[in-house]
Design a protein around this ligand. Structure first.
Ligand code: G1P
Length: 400
């Protein structure tokens, strides 16, 4: 029986910038929990408590949050991948922790639940890949399967031969270490290629279809969609102080020491963290996550958005389908416009719909600023009074 797992969380997640400038992708919060916490929880619920996390880029945030894992019912150990050269290289760092035993490998930046993991553990075969049908297979490793056995994995092909993709979640055994070493000698550092090599050598890789949850966050706008889906599952719980004349409808979670002032109108699913100050007269509409230590001043409306911890929003503001990074300070009469746009990430152009703005950590936006649809602002920028901003603003820039 499988008892151990390796989670690969060393990567940066460049396509998620600006939110990965100060934290690895695995630590980006969705419904107020880092993505990696969903992975750890799924493993613990599947009966796997011995977890090795491969860390690298901005590793301190992971170490600080997860510590020895006790808080999550797990025993977590860490290995560092000094250079982020690939997933196979990352996995190789965990070799001595796994030894002779079979184990699971999971990306730390995809949301998964135990419904996917348990059948993978139960499958008798030693090497198994968890696969999932997907409407946009070309974004992933596309898997060709014959009689339940993986014949080929094609990494992000222009034309996909099937609609079944690799979740990047494997059950593997000690046979993989030799293949990983051989591949490393040839400069192959990517796990998909190593698995392909194993298949080429005649090893059987079974495919198990994931019947549970699996959500990938690649681009900033994915955060909004995934947050909305995860929020569907929260249950009502309120702590803190709720003043008179507050209306709360649907599933709403309010953290300790938070004050919801009179006249607020909150329609769930909404999660609000600890020690926040909301209102008076603030409207929060569905699919919104508000982190710890956030202040929202009077007459502001927020919908379908993520406000990370330590954000302050001025009065009379409108935040729609947007993500506001940690510690942003936003003045009064701030508006995001939700709409369609074409965004360039790396060399790719993507068309998005109904998207507001993405604002990186520690940015200061003075009063009366308007952000056009799909505006991306980097970390620690400063936007002066009254600007109408669109497109991409690089980190630490000033818009006067
Ligand atoms: C990686 C794998 C890919 C898999 C995907 C799942 O891609 O290379 O085969 O389908 O994870 O999320 P990446 O997320 O690095 O683009």
């Amino acid at each position: 029986m499988i008892k151990k797992a390796v989670i690969l969380a060393a990567g940066e997640g460049t396509r998620l910038k600006p939110f990965t400038e100060n934290a690895p992708k695995a630590m980006i919060p969705v419904a107020n929990k880092p993505v990696l916490e969903y992975v750890v929880n799924a493993l613990v619920k599947s009966g796997i408590h011995n977890i090795v996390i491969v860390i690298g880029y901005k590793k301190e945030s992971i170490l600080e949050y997860f510590g020895d894992g006790n808080r999550f019912g797990a025993e977590i150990e860490y290995v560092t991948q000094k250079e982020q050269v690939g997933t196979a290289h990352a996995l190789l760092q965990a070799e001595e922790y796994m030894g002779e035993d079979g184990f699971l490998v999971l990306p730390g930046d995809n949301i998964i639940d135990e419904k996917g993991i348990i059948p993978l553990i139960k499958e008798k075969h030693e090497m198994v890949l968890l696969v999932k049908k997907h409407s946009q297979p070309s974004k992933y490793g596309v898997v060709e399967i014959e009689e339940g056995v993986v014949k080929n994995i094609m990494e992000k092909p222009v034309e996909a031969k099937s609609n079944i993709v690799s979740t990047g979640i494997y059950k593997l055994d000690k046979k993989i270490w030799g293949i990983l070493h051989d591949c490393a000698k040839k400069g192959i550092y990517d796990l998909t290629n190593v698995i392909q090599e194993a298949i080429g050598r005649g090893h059987i890789l079974k495919a198990v279809e994931n019947e549970g949850k699996w959500m990938d966050i690649v681009y900033p706008w994915d955060l909004i969609h995934v947050n909305a889906k995860i929020l569907q599952e929260i249950s009502y719980s309120t702590a803190g102080k709720i003043e008179e004349n507050v209306v709360i409808k649907g599933k709403v979670c309010i953290g300790e020491d938070t004050v919801i002032r009179s006249g607020c109108y909150i329609v769930g699913p909404v999660v609000i963290g600890k020690n926040c100050e909301i209102g008076p007269n603030v409207c929060i509409f569905p699919s919104t996550s508000i982190g710890d230590n956030v202040t929202v001043n009077p007459f502001t409306e927020i919908k379908n958005s993520i406000l990370m911890e330590g954000v302050s929003i001025g009065s009379n503001s409108l935040i729609l389908s947007s993500v506001i990074g940690k510690g942003c300070f936003i003045g009064t009469h701030f508006s995001t416009i939700s709409g369609g746009s074409i965004l360039k990430i790396g060399d790719e152009y993507t068309e998005v719909e109904n998207i507001g703005a993405f604002v990186g950590d520690g940015t200061v936006i003075k009063s009366n600023v308007v952000l056009r649809p799909a505006t991306r602002i980097g970390v620690e920028c400063e936007i002066e009074v009254g600007n109408v901003v669109g497109g991409d603003i690089r980190s630490r820039c000033k818009v006067v």
